[in-house]
Design a protein around this ligand. Sequence first.
Ligand SMILES: Nc1ncnc2c1ncn2[C@@H]1O[C@H](COP(=O)(O)OP(=O)(O)O)[C@@H](O)[C@H]1O
Ligand SMILES: [Mg+2]
Length: 255
Amino acid sequence: MTLLLEVAGISRRFGGLQALTDVSFSVEERSVQAIIGPNGAGKTTLLDIITGFTRPDRGDVTFEGHPITHADPFRLPSMGLMRTFQSARLVPRLTARENIMLGGHYLTRAGFWSTGLRLPSARREEAALRVRADAALRFLELSRFADIPASDLPAGTQRLIEVGRVLAGSPRLTLLDEPAAGLDDTETRELADVLRAVKSSGITMVIIEHNMGLVMSVSDRVLVLDAGNRIAEDVPEAVQKDPKVISAYLGEVPA
Ligand SMILES: Nc1ncnc2c1ncn2[C@@H]1O[C@H](COP(=O)(O)OP(=O)(O)O)[C@@H](O)[C@H]1O
Ligand SMILES: [Mg+2]
């Protein structure tokens, strides 16, 4: 058993609000770790801390044995750690393929300027990115949308394209913040199939999700946060029956 990600004793305060208190968990290679909890529980803050967008007041994050607590968020993708955001961040004017190509851009050596000037080395790398993007589109069974601008695609397809953008970067670990938000039942089932396929391809995942069906069907372990505290961490079947978890959700209707 290899631990890919270790989160130890994370605390974070925003003004008078203790958003996270001493939260620890670890993620085994090739597993899917869900993070659930009522709105405001601290889930996104925890993801922001793991991915370097927010600094913790206390605690440490270790990825493949390397401390990354103070890492530059824009350098983490080249270490193999990529995320999506709670609100979709596709570039609306760009096609599905072009959006996915953006996910592989940090892998290329040609910088912005040589790409802009269309030097031969940049053109070769662009062609390689295109091949990766087309492979991701085939994997997601979305090839028919390759040339359509993101803004013309349904919400569910945009979400899958976001997953494709992450795949194009060949991450070791991917972190997804509420990927099923705004999706209908059919789209959510498609997403679940895609996430299971991503997992079988060997990518480790951390997924924040409200849809319990999705959480139960894709995750190996579930971390439950409530008001910034870890109240449970176990296999999905155990978490579902845990009285602390059930009472944390009282007053909220789990999807
Ligand atoms: N940058 C910030 N400044 C102030 N408060 C914040 C900030 N980010 C998050 N919070 C607060 O921290 C708490 C946890 O937020 P968040 O991590 O987004 O919760 P979740 O993703 O579980 O819904 C919330 O009360 C939220 O308002
Ligand atoms: Mg959130």
